[in-house]
Design a binder for this molecule. Structure first.
Ligand code: ADP
Ligand code: MG
Ligand code: MG
Length: 546
């Protein structure tokens, strides 16, 4: 065995062992005790001033932020008059997550407990009409059966409970967590494992947050390489967009920080490799996916695109290589480096961006365009999942970009017998050369696309909740990344000097912890539970005494 190969074997085994530590209990054993000890809540006198700095709107404070929601629910549970309400809230969430065959029974229990005026837990704020509708529909087990009740419940709590919550110890505890969240992270909080892939400006490593044990992907962007190759704009756009989106179908940004040499984006780790690898490199004799498998990935990609477009973001670089699998086999979109955000009031943009063979005709022609371009790239991606080749090339063909562009503009795609009738119709709808005729995002959603006959069997509600079993589960001991040697090194950058303006840019980039992912990490790895302790009944914990 040569040294390079040995290096890969050693790196792989450390990485596979760390990867096994994804669930909370195992993550605990992987933690670095010294770093974990640094995660301590401050005394309330140190952080009380934060209440004048943080956002105090009900949605942000009590619903969107995971720790905020936990503490708000604990407050409700601790206050007698709110207890039935928080129980209804939790039961309705439990219903949404439940398997379909359990739902009817759960629905009936919720009705009996909270929706009958004789019950001691009756929730009188629910409007009669809403209760009637739930009772009528209870037998069909729909995933949005309690949607209206939940909306009424949230509105009621916003009116009745928010102000009292803000006077409570639970809110002070929240301020302590906000203080901890705002502490700057630096590279000493992370341990890099093996390299997962190579990007344009640096490598992406598997990386562990030492204090919690959680694994992430750390995308390093080399400062000098960025400067030399005008990468600042792209880097800040990628960061801003990743920080803005919250979807289980898009990689999520948890931390942005800098080291002496690099800017670092710490994101959801996707251990299962990219779709390109799975299309071509798993079964060399028989590349491509079954329609069923392709439908699952396509549906998840559509959910990711829908979220981007609802946030006015055009992705521009959808292709199999940028769709990554996680441990369970769910996929997320990654690599937002070419994405662009339409400003309020702006409806189109211009500019050549994307990957040859994928770019939409209107973009290639230099016209103005909007999100429609992403449904063309979706068509190319779906076609490739089935045919194991792009619609505008023959397999193995060496062809100039100019010729590919000509074909995209003028030639129709052809479909082998691998495509069923419904699938062919869908591909044709996505590959429409005229963006106005193309399937896609209309009236702020993708409903029309989701209702295409090819998706007849898809349960979109369960898919969107992350509740469908993926058609393929990556092997937990396989490393779906190139051997270390094959990743390839970067050349050294000479003649670049970093000045004050650069440093200002780095500071803007390195904004630290992203609140929602940070809070999720604390909960998921058990750290929140360890820190959120209370004194004996009736006594105020020492750290909350001013
Ligand atoms: P660039 O924008 O420079 O192309 P990418 O974001 O595509 O960089 O990352 C480069 C490579 O690193 C990817 O092709 C993939 O192999 C790997 N990679 C990127 N993000 C992740 C992630 N979140 N999890 C696992 N691997 C990743
Ligand atoms: Mg890339
Ligand atoms: Mg990129």
């Amino acid at each position: 065995m040569d040294i390079g190969c040995l290096e890969t074997v050693v790196a792989n085994s450390a990485y596979v062992a760390a990867r096994g530590s994804m669930d909370a209990n195992a993550a605990q054993t992987m933690r670095d005790r010294k770093m974990r000890a640094k995660l301590k809540l401050p005394n309330i006198s140190q952080c009380e001033h934060l209440k004048d700095q943080i956002e105090l709107g009900f949605q942000s404070l009590c619903i969107k932020q995971p720790i905020g929601k936990r503490l708000f629910q604990q407050f409700l549970d601790d206050t007698e008059e709110f207890r039935p309400i928080v129980n209804l809230w939790k039961d309705a969430e439990d219903y949404n997550m439940a398997e379909e065959n359990l739902r009817v029974q759960k629905a009936q229990r919720i009705i009996n407990t909270y929706m009958e005026s004789a019950s001691k837990n009756f929730c009188s704020f629910l409007e009669e009409k809403a209760i009637m509708r739930v009772k009528e529909d209870a037998k069909n087990g729909h995933h949005d059966l309690f949607k209206e009740s939940e909306q009424l419940l949230i509105a009621h709590l916003g009116r009745q409970a928010l102000e009292r919550y803000k006077e409570s110890l639970f809110f002070l505890r929240f301020l302590q967590f906000k203080w901890l969240e705002a502490q700057t992270v630096t590279e000493e909080w992370f341990m890099d494992f093996r390299v997962l892939g190579k990007g344009g400006f640096g490598e992406v490593f598997a990386s562990q947050m030492k204090a919690t044990g959680k694994m992430y992907a750390n995308k390093r962007l080399n400062k000098k390489r960025l400067k030399k190759r005008n990468g600042y704009e792209g880097a800040i756009v990628e960061k801003r967009i990743l920080a803005k989106v919250h979807s289980r179908f898009i990689v999520l940004l948890a931390y942005a920080f800098q080291t002496k040499t690099d800017l670092c984006l710490v994101m959801t780790i996707m251990n299962g490799g990219d779709l390109r690898f799975h299309i071509y490199d798993v079964d060399l004799q028989n590349p491509g996916f079954s329609e069923e498998r392709a439908a699952f990935y396509t549906a998840q990609i559509i959910c990711g695109l829908e979220h981007l477009h609802q946030n006015r973001i055009i992705y521009r670089d959808l292709k199999p290589e940028n769709v990554l699998l996680d441990d369970a086999g769910h996929v997320r979109l990654s690599d937002m480096g070419l994405a662009v955000e339409l400003q309020e009031g702006q409806s189109k943009t211009k500019g050549y961006a994307g990957t040859p063979g994928f770019m939409a005709p209107e973009l290639l022609k230099g016209d103005e365009y909007d999100w429609c371009v992403d449904y063309f790239t979706l068509g190319v991606t779906l076609y490739e999942m089935i045919a194991a080749k792009g619609p505008f090339r023959t397999r193995g063909e060496k062809v100039e970009n100019k010729e590919v562009t000509r074909r995209i503009l003028h030639d129709p795609a052809t479909y082998s017998e691998k495509f069923s009738v419904c699938l062919k119709a869908l591909c044709e709808g996505l590959l429409m050369k005229d963006p106005l005729k193309r399937l896609g995002f209309k009236n702020d959603n993708c409903s029309e696309l989701k209702q295409q006959p090819w998706f007849k069997k898809m349960n979109w509600g369960r898919l969107e909740g992350g509740l469908l079993d993926p058609p393929f589960v990556p092997d937990a001991r396989t490393v779906y990344a190139k051997d270390i040697d094959d990743v390839g090194a970067f050349s050294t950058i000479k003649g670049v000097v970093i000045d004050e303006a650069d440093k200002e840019f780095y500071a803007e980039f390195a904004s630290g912890n992203m609140p929602i992912p940070w809070q999720e990490e604390m909960i998921e790895t058990g750290v929140f539970g360890e820190l959120n302790t209370w004194g004996a009944k009736g006594s105020i914990p020492k750290d909350l005494c001013r």
